[in-house]
Design a protein around this ligand. Structure first.
Ligand code: GLA
Ligand code: ZN
Length: 676
């Protein structure tokens, strides 16, 4: 608590990706950059991210002088450096000499040189080259006072199906299962006569081959995470040997499905992620987009339960959305502060200066091709820089949380694999709906995977907990016994960690006892089909999936209004030990969740703001030993009146005291410090 992520730098980090290696022919521009950075109140640059060619122009020929000079400039200007290792993209000479280091896709096609993020994580040559490069970087810059953090590679992702990777996969499987018989049992390979006689017969999943053994699909996905993490760990090793005190991060991609970040979080010291929501899209309000973004911030904070970094964002627009909309005036400051509100100790951009050519030349950046400071974007960036300078007290502060929502990577894959309902399973959307109902009340929320410890929470919400890994059911039961409240929905407790169905009735693995219901059948609804939930103050619509459940100790709070299961329970409550468990057997409209969670939050007395949160306003609280910091943010796209009730605090940005009734202007926000 209260510890800054950057050693010896107790301020909000403000800056982002800087690619001087693309501008070495323009020393005048490199000089100008420093002047402009000071004007923008930038205090950090992330450099070297794709600089392999500049650092090693030919095999074994190195050139660090330009980087020495960048370091010198940054040291002189007092700007911190996050130094990247360049493994995210390779120069052409390397791919020509070592094509085996390039990726093979699931169709077994070998990549050609180009793009980025397309190396084989198993290639012994590439691992060796990366180790050598990282060692050289660490040795050369270890004593620079500007070096504050390592940024290993860039957005690790994708998978490789080459022979090195197949061999490593087989080894991984052998270690996991011990014998081929055990693997056959766990993958249910009797199906379609797909059994194996030896590990040598196993191939990674492919659209041209095997993709219907769900156990194989899951294990392959787990292996991809394992191998990527192993590669990352090897990258980090020389950095830790040479610069043990310099923290290491890598930029995650939000809730990217290809890697299970929960299995990678312990390999890095600090979590950081790249956030590019489609602000101002045509299907959502700004508040809805903000809610989805908040969800991902909370995933990233929850990974280590400590402050994280917003490693990339755009100051204006990206170049890869369907429609690349400009952030409206004030929105960059608002949504950047949203990251801080959810636990980020930085605001960082991709990128500092727009490149002159290639595919990202029209991606938003702080400095435009125009090259000067008198642009709207630059001025807004500089304004935010000044605001962040007022938040020293917030740096390193914690987020106290009573409620966790489970969003599990493996469960998500398994729900994706499952055939037999409809294509409207929408795990992510369902989890987010539950999250939204809590977010709109202004609660701090953790978003965790099912392998996390539940014991510190009062409420655990587990939507569609289809896959129940070993020990999870037991821990949930223990949590409820001691007084915790659990919320389950339809599709809970169907398969184990290898995607084998539990026998003896759903929810399986002992969750039936906790839920107090037996789920006998699952009905899938067409898009226009509706059922209803009756018996509460209001009637609610049900869609997509309706489970037919029977009471096994729970009591019914509401029933189905239609179809042959009319009158059967759809919402139940089971008292369990000192706690309780709700079961929502169908997908309700959002209004149900909003009303339901208001009641639950009140019943449990969960920590939430002491005032009513109007629509479109978000409230999160960070806290230090001395004070609470209320981030009150207006995503409503209009001015909003607010009654702060008993809260009285000083806004760290304006220095003004606030209490009682106030008006939050469109895109406005407050960071109210309330002494403890
Ligand atoms: C990613 C990458 C950056 C850049 C941005 C563009 O996040 O890490 O290098 O390409 O996307 O939005
Ligand atoms: Zn490979």
């Amino acid at each position: 608590m209260g510890k800054s992520i950057f050693l010896g730098f107790p301020h909000m980090i403000y800056g982002g990706d800087y690619n001087p290696d693309q501008w070495l022919h323009r020393p005048d521009i490199l000089e100008e950059d420093i002047r402009l950075m000071k004007e923008a109140h930038v205090n950090e640059v992330s450099i070297g991210i794709f600089a392999w060619k500049a650092l090693e122009p030919e095999e074994g020929v190195y050139n660090f002088e330009w980087l020495d000079q960048v370091f010198r400039r940054m040291e002189e200007a007092g700007i911190n450096v996050i130094l990247a290792t360049p493994s995210g993209a390779r120069p052409a000479w390397m791919d020509h000499a070592h094509p085996e280091a390039m990726r093979t896709d699931s169709m077994r096609f070998k990549a050609l040189h180009g793009e980025r993020h397309n190396h084989c994580y198993s290639s012994p040559y590439y691992r060796k080259k990366v180790r050598e490069m990282n060692t050289m970087l660490a040795k050369r810059y270890k004593d620079s006072p500007a070096l504050k953090m390592w940024h290993v590679s860039n957005e690790y992702g994708g998978e490789c199906h080459c022979e090195y990777c197949q061999a490593a996969f087989r080894k991984w499987l052998e270690k996991k299962y011990g014998s081929i018989e055990e693997l056959n049992r766990q993958w249910w390979t009797g199906f379609w006569s797909h059994g194996f006689n030896s590990f040598e017969e196993i191939e990674s999943p492919s659209p041209r081959g095997e993709w219907e053994l769900h156990g194989l699909n899951l294990d392959w996905a787990r292996f991809v995470t394992y191998q990527t993490n192993d590669f990352m760990a090897e990258e980090i090793k020389p950095l830790k040997e040479i610069t043990p005190d310099v923290p290491v991060t890598t930029n995650f991609m939000g809730i990217y499905p290809g890697l299970d970040y929960w299995r990678m979080k312990d390999t890095v010291d600090v979590i950081s992620w790249d956030s590019y929501p489609t602000w101002h899209n045509d299907g959502e309000t700004l508040a809805q987009t903000a809610m989805s973004n908040a969800f991902i911030h909370d995933v990233n904070r929850s990974l280590k339960h400590q402050p994280f970094l917003l490693m990339e964002s755009t100051p204006s627009k990206v170049n890869w959305h369907k429609v690349n909309k400009l952030k409206r005036p004030g929105v960059n400051e608002l949504v950047s502060m949203q990251a801080v509100a959810h636990g980020s100790d930085s605001v960082q951009y991709f990128q500092w200066r727009k490149g002159q050519g290639a595919n990202e030349k029209f991606h938003g950046a702080v400095v435009d091709h125009y090259g000067k400071a008198d642009t709207r974007v630059f001025q807004e960036v500089a304004h935010l820089g000044q605001s962040l300078e007022k938040l020293d007290e917030v740096v390193g502060s914690d987020t106290a949380v009573d409620v966790a929502v489970i969003f599990d990577w493996n469960n998500r894959l398994a729900i994706g694999n499952l055939q037999g309902l409809s294509n409207r399973r929408d795990y992510e959307g369902v989890v987010r709906d539950h999250y939204r109902a809590l977010w709109e009340q202004g609660l701090n929320i953790d978003v965790i995977d099912e392998e996390e410890d539940f014991s510190s929470y009062k409420l655990v919400v587990a939507p569609m907990l289809y896959m129940v890994k070993p020990g999870v059911a037991e821990r949930l039961r223990a949590f409820a016994k001691k007084g915790g409240t659990v919320v389950f929905t339809y599709l809970t407790g169907l398969v184990n960690e290898n995607d084998l169905c539990f026998l003896g009735g759903f929810p399986g693995d002992g969750l039936m006892e906790l839920a107090g219901v037996w789920a006998e059948e699952i009905d899938a609804l067409y898009e226009s089909d509706r059922n209803s939930m009756i018996g509460l103050e209001k009637e609610y619509e049900l869609k997509d999936i309706c489970e037919i459940i029977h009471l096994k100790g729970a009591k019914a709070l509401a029933n189905y209004g239609e179809d042959f299961y009319q009158g059967q329970p759809v919402l139940t409550l089971n008292e369990y030990g000192k706690g309780r468990c709700y079961y929502i057997a169908a997908r309700p409209d959002y209004q149900f969740l909003a009303d339901f969670y208001k009641k639950v939050v009140k019943e449990l007395g969960l920590a939430k703001p002491e005032f009513d949160v109007p629509e479109g306003i978000s409230v999160t609280v960070r806290e230090s030993k001395e004070a609470k910091f209320y981030f009150i943010m207006n995503f409503a796209e209009k001015d909003v009146n607010l009654d702060l009730g008993s809260i009285c605090g000083v806004d760290l940005i304006s220095g003004q005291e606030y209490s009682g009734k106030t008006c939050l202007l469109k895109t406005g926000y407050l960071v109210l410090k309330v002494e403890k």
